[in-house]
Write a protein that binds this ligand. Structure first.
Ligand code: ZN
Length: 99
């Protein structure tokens, strides 16, 4: 009993092959997990800037001049027609600029 436990563990070729196969399988799972995580983080980084750009474009369209509004030729602000106080050669001026 003592002589057996004191002896160094010598695996047969078959047992060693099994151990190597087990280690390779475990490493394969580890690698697969690492690849999945990096792909997910890359996808998140890619999606976020695109979504923000689309929202900016939509908000610019909302700011477009309406039928009851005009763009002041002096301050270039979109004003309501009630603020139109002067029109000169098709150029309109708001009450703030003319006041
Ligand atoms: Zn103005």
């Amino acid at each position: 009993m003592t002589s057996e436990s004191a002896a160094p563990t010598i695996l047969s070729d078959e047992a060693r092959a099994k151990e190597i196969a087990k280690l390779k399988a475990a490493k394969g799972v580890e690698m697969a997990n690492l690849i999945d995580e990096s792909e997910i983080s890359l996808a998140e980084d890619f999606v976020l800037p695109g979504g923000e750009t689309a929202q900016e474009e939509a908000s610019i369209e909302v700011m477009a001049e309406q039928a009851d509004e005009f763009t002041c030729a002096s301050c270039f602000m979109v004003r309501h027609r009630t603020q139109l106080v002067r029109e000169d050669n098709g150029q309109k001026f708001c009450s703030e600029c003319e006041g």
